[in-house]
Ligand binder design. Structure first.
Ligand code: NAP
Length: 150
């Protein structure tokens, strides 16, 4: 399992350069396509594409799973929050890869919700902006989303 955790604008270039080494490995794509050129962050992929999909296209034989991009790094492993385990939203085309990443997440303190194929990165990447906006407004970076199911 390979974790891709570089600057969003470098993610495709880095993934492409490592394609031969990565082959069919599971790639956990934590990156966000953030563009700070106008001051407040925006997405440089628009809304009809995503960085998760671009990484998958750069690594056609790899099994890319978008995960960890909607929470701050301090909470990525064993998040301790009063409301119990937060929910990590993930997306990817390989069910086996999502099972492996889901197992890792659950072993490290997370509830997991699978949004579907890698194109669901189009929903996960804007959610990063929601998380950053909320953290900034509340001056609290120690928070994560939780899904309540009926
Ligand atoms: N930090 C968080 O809490 C958090 C949470 C969720 C998701 N993410 C995502 O995770 C990724 C990394 O975030 P970060 O906070 O660790 O960012 P960061 O501190 O800015 O680190 C960026 C990393 O990318 C590398 N990099 C930049 N350009 C590169 C290039 N052209 N080729 C190879 N490596 C390059 C840098 O390497 P050098 O140091 O050698 O320049 C550095 O290791 C981002 O996509 C971010 O959106 C971060």
């Amino acid at each position: 399992m390979v974790f891709l955790a570089v600057l969003g604008s470098a993610a495709v270039e880095v993934a492409s350069a490592l394609a031969t080494e990565i082959e069919t490995k599971v790639v956990v794509d934590t990156t966000n396509p953030l563009d700070f050129s106008s001051g407040s962050p925006a997405l440089f992929v628009g809304h009809t594409d995503s960085l998760g999909e671009r990484v998958q296209r750069a690594l056609p034989t790899a099994r890319v799973v978008k995960a960890y991009n909607t929470v701050g790094n301090a909470l990525m492993v064993d998040p301790q929050l009063p409301g119990g385990p937060p929910t990590m939203l993930i997306a990817g085309d390989s069910e086996d890869a999502k099972t492996a990443v889901g197992d890792l997440l659950e072993a490290t303190g997370w509830d997991v919700a699978d949004l579907g194929g890698i194109e669901a990165s189009r929903y996960l990447e804007p959610l990063c902006l929601a998380w950053v906006s909320l953290a900034s407004r509340t001056a609290n970076w120690n928070q994560a989303f939780k899904l309540l199911r009926g």
